[in-house]
Design a protein around this ligand. Sequence first.
Ligand SMILES: N[C@@H](CSCCS(N)(=O)=O)C(=O)O
Ligand SMILES: [Mn+2]
Ligand SMILES: [Mn+2]
Length: 321
Amino acid sequence: HQLHQRSAGIIGAPFSKGQPRDGVDRGPDLIRAAGLLDKLQGQGCAVKDYGNLQFEEVVDDEPVGRVKRVRAVGSANQRLSEAVQAVKRDGHTTVMLGGDHSLAIGSIHGHSMAVGELSVVWVDAHADINTPLSSPTGNLHGQPMSYLLHELQSKVPVLPNFSWIKPCVRAKDLVYIGLRDVDPEEHYILKLLGVKVFSMSEVDQLGVSRVMEETCDYLSDKVKKPIHLSYDIDAVDPSVTPATGTPVPGGLTYREAVFITEHLSQTGLLSAVDLVEVNPLRARTEQDLRSTVSTAVDLLLGCFGRLRQGNHSAGYRLPEP
Ligand SMILES: N[C@@H](CSCCS(N)(=O)=O)C(=O)O
Ligand SMILES: [Mn+2]
Ligand SMILES: [Mn+2]
């Protein structure tokens, strides 16, 4: 399979304040250490590493209502949004390495500032669409989509360090794949807004190939928009990727998880990718960690054209005797 020239701009976002567990901020360096950049280059992808963002320390970050660590999350995502805009301006497909999923706020916002209207494919065991007032935990990694969707803005109160966020996604341009742990409040929102959902039941019923065909048909129904893929490693079954904060049984197989990235890569519309919620402190064994991180790398390689049938570069010719 001949590879098109693609280019990836890597942004490390070592951030964990969207949730209570230490360790998820180590995700970016673990994924790099597993060889992401060399492997991307090895499959003919140009790569630029923009390094890890430095997030400002926020003191006295008292809860606002039930919402925890608000100021830190707001500040981090403003910085991430600016970084994503800059990488998009340099012409790359952005690869945001998390860090927890509250980082999707800055990643999707920055992507939208750079390219305008976009589609979002959210691959996750969870919907991450609680509002600040519906959230059962107050953790912001369970709420990112509520700050981004136009249709939810009347349900989102003013929060400190969040005033820079402009809603930038329409409910009709969002598709979920892999859901299997959705709060009642979130389920109400998904039904109210008519969001397209392929839960694990639909993955079982239709098969991942049909899910991807329907996802791409649905998203390109009117206009083909750039795709933002926000991939939570906990979408994959915990037997494959156990080193994560909120594991849920009954997830995607390794093959289904990779197929999703291969299919989206073939559309040529993939414009930004998040890979979040890898947490080494949630690994019980070294093998747990190795399996989680190598799967994360393989998902990203799939986003940039790697196929399991193999690849070769356009210019390759067999050596002459
Ligand atoms: N629905 C729960 C859990 S959300 C899990 C967040 S993630 N990013 O998918 O791990 C909540 O709102 O806190
Ligand atoms: Mn999740
Ligand atoms: Mn998530």
